[in-house]
Ligand binder design. Structure first.
Ligand code: AMP
Length: 423
């Protein structure tokens, strides 16, 4: 497979799919440019070699052309970050885009308008009448799939090389994230530096495991993590299940959970997970004590109690000190660590200690030589809140993409570049 490091972009035009889906305030100021900075090494390498760059991205979830989601809002900041002028094409597949791409000189950058202004990017029909029949839906789907190929070809026609650096959308088989890769031969399609790092980190967690391997899965619901938990049961030595999903396990085993969050339709599933862990010799670690509150609020009254004896009118909001000690002990003995999801309602300072302690333990284990990967939504917010991002081996930029990769799914954005089949 071609690597970006080895490729000489001199005189070449590269189409780079990035994830510039950055948050904007009501005046269209970027409130967090992490995703833009994450793509800079790739963009700078191409420009430094004497290549030119055509940048494609999505922003938000527009259902058609919508000023609010225009990438022109980020044009100036991108120019500042790159230190070069950035041209803009207001229609990603219009005549102007084609002409500007054709005229692009070495060292120049062209930013295309939001690819999702076209339904072809996602390949899903839009504006179907609510009463559309199954037949009409199937027809519309067929039509959009056909025009999606044309759309992908048009984007591919701008460039000599295709670079995918958008791990955040790697789990989508969209025109720019997967389909257009087919228009480039293996020597002319590759991952960007960010994508390469993400793929390597996931590979270490799934295929290059130093033991003991501990996964810490937190968050609110067991239902949203079930596929990952099932895949991890085949891989880990220790599985710490924490956060809101604790109470589904506690209730399933006959414990009293008071008003804690619970999924009553997942009680059998919890028992199945407990049984499977036993069968596979996985050390399933659940909290033994809780910090409970009499209201879902940072200012609620609090106390500690055993996890299976939460009084009525009270709810579990974070793990207690005994659980922190148990979790810490397991984490410190680990050589590979995956963390997804907080141990409690970490957004409230009074219930964030468990998540901070877990984050610090992971940092300490990493300092002692463990490989640690943190990813998926709230755990990234957690390490940032506690200033621990530099203490772990890798913080993934991909939420859904990372979780699907850990579930063991083939990610179209990766498979397409590797020339492997995907759905
Ligand atoms: P998820 O998106 O599934 O990773 O869940 C993250 C959310 O779970 C965070 O917003 C936490 O506040 C929430 N959470 C964690 N523990 C609890 C708990 N004990 N009760 C209610 N919500 C929780």
């Amino acid at each position: 497979m071609q690597s970006i490091e080895n490729f000489n972009f001199a005189g070449k035009k590269a189409f780079v799919r990035v994830d510039f889906n950055v948050p904007l305030d009501e005046n269209f100021n970027i409130t967090d440019d992490t995703r833009m900075r994450a793509a800079l090494p790739t963009l700078k390498k191409i420009l430094g070699d004497g290549g030119s760059v055509i940048i494609g991205s999505h922003l938000g979830r527009p259902k058609g052309v919508n000023e609010k989601f225009s990438l022109k809002h980020i044009q100036k900041h991108l120019a500042d970050l790159l230190g070069v002028d950035v041209q803009f094409a207001a229609d990603c597949v219009g005549e102007e885009a084609g002409a500007k791409a054709a005229a692009l000189q070495p060292g120049e950058v062209l930013l295309l308008e939001n690819l999702r202004f076209y339904a072809e990017e996602e390949g899903k029909p839009r504006n179907l009448p609510e009463d559309a029949t199954d037949e009409q839906k199937a027809e519309a789907k067929k039509a959009i799939k056909a025009s999606q190929k044309e759309f992908a070809k048009r984007l591919a026609s701008y460039a000599d090389v295709y670079v995918n650096d958008a791990f955040g959308t790697a789990h989508r088989a969209h025109a720019s994230t997967a389909i257009m890769a087919d228009d480039f031969d293996t020597d002319h399609r590759m991952f960007g530096f960010l994508m390469e790092k993400e793929v390597k980190a996931v590979d270490k967690i799934l295929n290059d495991i130093k033991r003991p391997f501990t996964a810490i899965m937190g968050g609110s619901k067991v239902s949203s993590k079930i596929e990952i938990i099932e895949n991890l049961l085949n891989k880990v030595d220790n599985l710490i299940l924490t956060g809101g999903m604790t109470y589904t396990f506690t209730k399933a085993q006959g414990g009293k959970i008071g008003n804690s969050i619970v999924e009553n339709d997942k009680l059998d599933l919890a028992l199945e997970i407990i049984a499977k862990a036993k069968e596979k010799g996985v050390n399933l670690v659940l909290a033994v004590d809780d910090k409970i509150a009499d209201a879902f609020s940072n200012d609620a009254n609090t106390r500690y109690c055993p996890v299976d004896n939460v009084p009525e009118g009270w709810m579990g909001m974070d793990i207690g000190p005994e659980s922190m000690a148990i979790f810490t002990d397991v984490i410190l003995k680990s050589k590979t660590i995956l963390w997804n999801g907080p141990t409690g309602v970490f957004e409230f300072d009074n219930f964030s200690t468990g998540s901070r302690v877990v984050g610090e333990a992971i940092g300490e284990a990493t300092g002692n030589g463990a490989f640690s990967l943190v990813g998926g939504g709230d755990s990234v917010a957690c390490v940032n809140k506690f200033g621990l991002a530099n203490n772990v081996s890798y913080v993934s930029t991909g939420g859904g993409a990372l979780l699907e990769a850990i579930e063991g799914k083939v990610l179209p954005g990766i498979a397409a570049v590797e020339g492997k089949p995907y759905k």
